[in-house]
Design a protein around this ligand. Sequence first.
Ligand SMILES: O=C[C@H](O)COP(=O)(O)O
Length: 214
Amino acid sequence: MFILVNLKTYPCDPVAVAEAVRDVDESTDARIGVAPQATHLERVAETGAETWAQHVDPIEYGSNTGHTLAESVADAGAVGTLINHSEHRLKLADIDGAVRAASRTDLETVVCANNPAQVGAAAALGPDAVAVEPPELIGTGTPVSQADPEVVEGAVGAAASVDIDVSVLCGAGISTGDDVVSARDLGSEGVLLASGVAKADDPRTALEDLVDPL
Ligand SMILES: O=C[C@H](O)COP(=O)(O)O
């Protein structure tokens, strides 16, 4: 299972969380990555944790003030990027452009989607993975794997029907090892989560709990 921890803009210490991600990753068969804010990428990558960007724009080098260039996040140490997170939605053409931009620098890609229909469209753009997240469950602590198992199973089917090589992650409300196991049982190859770790009193313990049953 791939556990991708998105720090969003939560007021946590990104380096401390990254060090916990690195250490817990070494103690488990699960793969763990962390997606800090763009300004924290370099410091997080220096910890040795698997580092992801939260976003890249569908642009190339040039006149793009305020945008995020795939080459720059790769230079900062990111190995992958989220695209089209529910909190940073893009038009379909821009999702396509962002996937292509990430591919230029060999960044792994996870395209987020609200539901199985969007997962099918996202999978057709050729990312490495898609992540299905019902927006209404994000940040609630109510896990998608329990509250809406059909959406996870639907996403797995939708991606497989388009491109069997596109992995499926699920997210929203995932915070315990049981949630991760439920996601796996529904066919998900990973989870995308944020508040369960970034807002935890002790992110390291939260990470250890997440991988404990795996
Ligand atoms: O990127 C992470 C997702 O939006 C899930 O957030 P959450 O774990 O706080 O529900």
